[in-house]
Structure formats: C-alpha cells, structure tokens
Design a protein around this ligand. Sequence first.
Ligand code: COI
Length: 384
Amino acid sequence: MAQDGLEHTQTTLEELGSAPLPPVAELGSQFVVQPHPNPTSDADWQTAMNELKFGTRFSDHMAVATWTEGAGWHDHEIRPYGPIELSPAAAVLHYGQEIFEGLKAYRHEDGSIWTFRPGFNAARFNASARRMGLPEMTVEDFVGSIVAVVRKDERFVPREPGTSLYLRPFMFASEPFLGVRPAREVTYMMIASPVGPYFANGFAPVSIWVTRNYHRAGPGGTGAAKTGGNYASSLLPQEVAAERGFDQVCFLDAATNSNLEELGGMNVFVVRADGSVQTPRLTGTILEGGTRSAIIRMLRDNGTPVSEETIAIDALISDISSGEVVEMFACGTAAVVTPIGHLASDDFDVKLPQTNFSESVYNQLVSIQNGLAPDPYGWTYRIH
Ligand code: COI
C-alpha cells in the first residue's frame, strides 16, 4: 500500500483485472443462441424503459453454462429469459453455495455500448468461487457471456443519463445432493436488467444506522467473497435500521465491534477537513469493491491522499463532531456514489455536512463510464 496515499500499488484483483481482454469480436461465440420466440413488444419495452426501477425488469435473453466435475464448463447457451428448472435437492437451496457479480453496460452518446472493468469483476468472481468451493471460469466465458447477451439485447441498454443495463453474473450449486461438500454440478448464469438510480431519491444524502448488535462477516469467514449469504445476513439488521427510520445499516468489525467496515452492499469513504480521504482497509472481512478501487485510484491521481486504514467508530464520531471530518459517502456498482448525511447508533447521533466532494467523485467516475471524459486507465471496454 502506498505510504503517502498518493502512489497507487495495485491489489491482486486490480492486477488480475487489468490484464488485457481479448478483442470483443473474439468473445461470446461459444454461447449458442436460442432466440426468444416471443420477444418483448415495443409497447412493453417502452414501459420498461420508462420505469427503470432497479432490478425489476429483465432483458429478453440470459446466458447459461454448466460445470460438471471431470468435464469442466460445457453447454454454453444464450436462452430466452425465464424460469429455470432446479431440483428441490439442489445444494444451493440448502447450503447457500453461490456467488454473484454486479457490473453495468453504458450507452455512450454515439450509441455505442461499453462496460466498465469487466476483467476486475471476472477476477473477483474467481476469488469468490475459490472461497465458496465453486469452480473458476475463464475470462473468455465470463466476459463472453456479457458480450453475447448485450449483443442480443442491445435495445435494453437505456440512453438517458444515469441509466444503464445492470449485468448480474452468478453461479450456484445445482447438483441434487444433500451431503455437505462442494457440488459436482454447478450452473452459471448471466441476466441483465435495465436500471436507473439504485436509490429512489437519486443523488441525495442517505442516513445510516451503525449496528453494534449484528456483524456481516468475521475473521476467516466469507466477507471478502461476493456470496448471497453475506447479503442475507444483512437483511435483519437492515430492517432494524429501517424501523428506526434509517436508509441503510453499517457494520463494524466482528472481532472488536469498534471499527468501520461497510454497508453490506457498499463500501464507505471519509473525507477529512485537511483534504485527505480514508476508507477501511481490506481485512478479509470487507468486499473489495470495483467502485471503491476506481475511486481510490482517481483520487490519488488527482493528488488527494487516500489512506486505507482501520477507522475506529469512536474517533470518527468525535472527528465529525469537531469538524475534522467534513463528509462521508458510500459507493458500489449499483448505487455508484451516495453521500451520507446522518450517522447514528445507540450511543451517538451526528449529522454530516455536504461539501460536494462526493458529487465531484461521482461526476468524475460517471463521466468516464459514460464516455463523456477520457478514460486514462483503460477501464472502459466496448462491447457493441
Ligand atoms: C452492486 O453494487 O452491484 C451490488 O452488488 C450491491 C447490491 C445491489 C447487491
């Protein structure tokens, strides 16, 4: 890690994720296309494009591939989007052996379609797969599934600013078997959903309840993997936060119950009055977010010192109260960048000022994603 917070040392995922991808023309052909016999009508498509609620409508096709022990990955297909047949004994339904990813396809002003750091998501997918006893995938299969679906369903990539086609690759234990061991048959799928802002209020400060009663992940656990169980375990604390009138819940570390970790679906950043920025360091219990990684890189290149460190909640609250911390924000692929306006728990309740720092981070990032600013990092990848 860079000591002065200016020079950027890559993490393993960043390094793996920045390896050059094959040319797009070479990707996706292993997925045999079964076209939808009854694609979305123009009227329904228009309704979907007008709504753009997060994760509620899906494009016409999905990618599927199967892995079996000994044979590896096979039967790559693009199929009509729809329900799947799954044995009630499928191991995922019993033991939660599952992983997923989230990334987006953006339409640029000239009509072309791009995605953002798919190699990073491919690398993280494999890291999650290793932790969850699932098989790894080649970047050709992972990115190829995205290219094949987006190519087929390009009309579902919306055009309005702040919109995109949310891409959800996932993998699960489909073997019908009730013994507890890694499954010998696994299914990979990739579905796509046209979306607008994740939060109904758009770019507006959210309120956060810091829970001292629940933890998202423990040392040696699955916190760094993008697996459904981490999200399932956040649902009750999220409900408790909502009952208290807060938008989101924030978790502290399980070992000491005193250090800031993440929101469950988003990483967090702290902006200090001296112009420096902090974010919790990757301890193995936090998900290494792609948006987190992009923001650290951009800020350091802008000359902003960014430290990845242990952030004690008590010190943070006193620094907010004294004015030494001037802003906080959360970030993730789905929600991009969201300012935090209010932070509370059983023993504190503080409001955070807004200095427009998070808005400038948001603007810098989405300008690259939407092709409105140059991409000095090679993060954008044209898929159509
Ligand atoms: C994302 O930001 O893409 C996430 O995975 C968060 C959430 C929607 C699960």
